[in-house]
Design a protein around this ligand. Structure first.
Ligand SMILES: [Zn+2]
Length: 340
C-alpha cells in the first residue's frame, strides 16, 4: 500500500499544473503528462524535427517518489511567477500506477520497455504513449533514485558528446556514469536511450536512495532549473537572439566513469548479498560481495560499487531483477569514443 504522503504528492501534480492557467497554455498529452506553453508572446521552438525543447520525467519507477516532489516544486515556481518559461516544457509522472501501489513497476520495468516489446504488460502500453513525447523532445532529464543509499548523487546515461556536454552544463562537478557498448540493460530500452537514439539529448539523474528527502528535492529542483537555463541558452542561440552570459559548462569537467562489471542476478538458487552495501563504495577486485548457493560472488574489477540489489518484499514482490550489482571504474575524457 502506498503511504498518504505519496498519494498527496501525486494529487498535487495535476493541481499544480492547473494553477499555471491562464499564464500558460496546458495540453494533456496522455495521463499524468502535460505540455506547458507560454500563453502570450512567441514561444521559442527547438530545431526541427524536434517539437518540445525540454522534457522532465519523474517516477518512471513507482517507488522513486522524489521526482514527483521535484516536478511539483518546479510547477510551483512557475505558478508563483518566480520562474518564467519562454518555451514549451513537457512534464510527466512515468509509472503512476506503480506509484499508487508503492511498487517499482506493475507488470514489467517501465524503464526497460521503451523501444517496444511483446506482451500485454501495462508498462508496454505506457512506454508507447510516453515514447511519442520522448521522440519529440530536444533535451530530456529523467529523475530517478537508487534502492540503496548512495555516497553521492550521479548522472547515468548512454554516451554521446552532447549528453556529456549537457551534464556538464547542469552540474559540472557531479559524477557521470556513461556507457557505449550496447544498451544499459539486456532487458530493454530506457528513456534516455530512446531520446539519444532518435537524435535528442537525454540524461538520467540519480539523486540518492528512494523516498522523500529535503536534500534530494533541492538537488533535483536545482538540476531542473539548470536544465531550463541551459535549454533557454541553446534556444536563444538557435534563434540568433541575444544570449546572457557565457556558454554554460564550457570549462567544467565532471568525474567520468563507465562500468567494468555487470553481475547478473542468478535466475535460480539462493542469493545472499553482503549486508549494508552502498552505491559508490570502494571495491577491490576479488572482494567477496555475496554468495550464490554458498559459492562466493566476487567483484571482478577495482572501482566503485553501483546498484547493489537486495530484494524488497513490497517493492519487488519476490521478482528477481536482471542484475545484482555493477562495478564502475574512473575514465578520462580521452577514453570516451569519438561518437557512439
Ligand atoms: Zn529508477
Amino acid at each position: 500500500m502506498v503511504n498518504s504522503l505519496v498519494a498527496e504528492r501525486m494529487q498535487e501534480f495535476p493541481a499544480a499544473i492547473h494553477r499555471l492557467l491562464p499564464h500558460y497554455r496546458i495540453s494533456e498529452l496522455c495521463p499524468y503528462t502535460f505540455l506547458i506553453s507560454p500563453a502570450s508572446g512567441k514561444a521559442l521552438c527547438p530545431p526541427a524535427p524536434k517539437e518540445i525543447p525540454l522534457t522532465l520525467f519523474g517516477a518512471i519507477h513507482g517507488n522513486e517518489v522524489v521526482g514527483i516532489q521535484i516536478l511539483n516544486e518546479v510547477l510551483e515556481l512557475l505558478a508563483s511567477g518566480q520562474l518564467v518559461l519562454h518555451f514549451p516544457l513537457a512534464v510527466a509522472l512515468g509509472n503512476y500506477r506503480a506509484v499508487a501501489q508503492g511498487a517499482r513497476y506493475c507488470d514489467k520495468d517501465l524503464n526497460r520497455s521503451f523501444g517496444g516489446g511483446k506482451g500485454t504488460a501495462w508498462e508496454l502500453e505506457r512506454a508507447a504513449e510516453l515514447s511519442k513525447v520522448l521522440s519529440k523532445s530536444w533535451y530530456f532529464v529523467d529523475f530517478h533514485q537508487t534502492s540503496q543509499p548512495s555516497l553521492e548523487p550521479f548522472f547515468i546515461f548512454p554516451f554521446s558528446r552532447k549528453n556529456v556536454q549537457f551534464a556538464r552544463e547542469i552540474s559540472p562537478r557531479q559524477a557521470v556514469i556513461t556507457h557505449w557498448h550496447g544498451g544499459f540493460s539486456v532487458d530493454g530500452m530506457a528513456t534516455d536511450e530512446l531520446v539519444t537514439k532518435v537524435g535528442g539529448i537525454g540524461l538520467t539523474v540519480e539523486t540518492g536512495q528512494n523516498g522523500f528527502s529535503p536534500y534530494q528535492e533541492s538537488l533535483g529542483v536545482h538540476t531542473a532549473l539548470k536544465a531550463l537555463k541551459a535549454v533557454d541558452f541553446h534556444l536563444r542561440k538557435h534563434h540568433q537572439l541575444p544570449v546572457y552570459g557565457q556558454e554554460p559548462g564550457a570549462k567544467e569537467r565532471n568525474p567520468l566513469y563507465t562500468w567494468a562489471q555487470l553481475q547478473a542476478y542468478p535466475s535460480t538458487g539462493e542469493v545472499v548479498l553482503k549486508p549494508g552495501l552502498l552505491n559508490f563504495q570502494a571495491v577491490t577486485q576479488g572482494d567477496i560481495l555475496g554468495t550464490h548457493n554458498g559459492e562466493p560472488l566476487v567483484a571482478t574489477a577495482t572501482g566503485k560499487l553501483l546498484f547493489p540489489k537486495y530484494l524488497d518484499s513490497v517493492i519487488d514482490r519476490g521478482r528477481r531483477p536482471a542484475e545484482l550489482w555493477r562495478v564502475i571504474v574512473p575514465i578520462a575524457v580521452e577514453d570516451l569514443p569519438a561518437e557512439a
